[in-house]
Design a protein around this ligand. Structure first.
Ligand SMILES: C[S@@+](CC[C@H](N)C(=O)[O-])C[C@H]1O[C@@H](n2cnc3c(N)ncnc32)[C@H](O)[C@@H]1O
Ligand code: SF4
Length: 337
């Protein structure tokens, strides 16, 4: 187990398996075209498996596959099978927009996937299309229910709430999730990347989300899973399920952040809001040994001092305020949300 400068252990790894996506969610990837990575720049499944093995040996317990849209990577189940076969298999999760899930979920399950997060910000087909610019809600719901039939558990729904866009759907999403036994995680709208035109007045904070739900369905706080999960969870007092809020803007949790990220092109990144990464792909392709990679990764983590969201909150509360354009960041799609 290794610790950073604030004594935070390295426990979780998010791996972006591709920077590409078939959606263009306005808060994430609003532009039509990006400078996509060339195929040869993207880590192979063998490289991802090698790095996963090394990170697990340093204390990582949970690996989340994300993107971009991870199911845009053909044969993703083959990667899951490789990760499941590691000597110490990590807890493997997948975050997906769900559009390609219906036809792929059985292969994913057979390969060893147990749990999944599906992103759904609206239950109104027209609005869903507006937010994602390309998405078909029916197709996503088909994928969600196929995951349920396949026996994946827990199935979590991720919903980003934006003022004036879908803040009137908080209770509809709660009713849907409770009615079908899905866990629901609201995510505060964040200033990820450089193109999403983030403004603080579009933020719907955790307090407002919880107050809205509590008024209709009384809640009791449970806290963060294992003390370090991004989401603060609540259970319904009537016993039917739980919800959570990931409040990285209004209640930052940098102090307990145990997450590292690997970009689709193999950069090791120590914060979601970082502006650079450390090139593990170049090291691997130049013949670095496992010992050299382990020493490098340990050294980077031990020097880690990131606490971007706490600094952002301090700036938001200061007389000068916070201007996201002053902070150049890596794009969420290559970084893995
Ligand atoms: C970047 S996506 C990648 C995986 C997959 N394409 C999906 O949408 O689930 C991972 C998560 O990040 C969330 N996300 C993207 N941009 C965000 C933003 N600006 N603020 C908050 N969450 C965001 C998405 O809603 C999604 O739940
Ligand atoms: S949130 Fe996911 S589905 Fe939407 S554009 Fe970003 S990567 Fe694609």
């Amino acid at each position: 187990m290794i610790h950073d400068t604030y004594k935070r252990p390295l426990r979780d790894l998010r791996i972006s398996v591709t920077d590409r996506c078939n959606f263009r969610c306005t808060y994430c990837m609003p532009l039509d075209e990006y400078e996509w990575l060339e195929r040869k720049e993207v880590l192979t499944f063998e490289e991802i498996t090698r790095l996963s093995h090394l990170f697990v040996s340093l204390g990582v317990e949970k690996i989340r596959l994300t993107g971009g849209e991870p199911l845009a990577r053909r044969d993703l189940h083959k990667l899951i099978a490789k990760l499941s076969a590691l000597a110490t298999p990590p807890d493997i999760c997948l975050t997906t927009n769900g559009s390609l899930l219906a036809e792929r979920v059985n292969a994913l399950k057979d390969a060893g996937l147990r749990r999944i997060n599906v992103s759904i910000d609206s239950l109104k087909p027209d609005r869903f299309r507006q937010i994602t610019q390309r998405g078909d809600l029916d197709k996503v719901l088909e994928g969600l229910f196929a995951a349920k039939r396949a026996g994946l558990r827990p199935i979590k729904i991720n919903a980003v709430i934006e003022r004036g866009v879908n803040d009137d759907e908080i209770l509809d999403l709660v009713r849907f999730a409770r009615g079908h036994d899905f866990a629901l995680r609201f995510i505060e709208y964040m200033d990820v990347g450089n193109a999403n035109n983030w403004k603080s007045d579009k933020l719907v904070g955790k307090k407002e989300i919880i107050d809205t739900i509590h008024a209709a369905y009384p809640l009791q706080e449970i806290g963060r899973d294992k003390g370090s999960a991004p989401s603060v969870d609540y259970q319904f007092l009537d016993g039917s399920g739980d919800i959570g809020v990931i409040a990285s803007v209004s209640e930052p949790f940098c102090f307990s952040c145990t997450r590292a990220r690997i970009t689709a092109d193999g950069k090791f990144v120590t914060c979601l809001f970082a502006n650079h990464g450390h090139d593990l792909k170049a090291m691997m392709r130049n013949g670095a040994t496992d010992e050299e990679l382990l020493a490098f990764i340990s050294n980077v983590w031990q020097k880690r001092a990131d606490r971007y969201s706490e600094e952002r909150l301090a700036a938001l509360n200061s007389p000068t305020g916070y201007d996201p354009r002053e902070h150049r960041k890596l794009e969420m799609i290559s970084l893995g949300g």
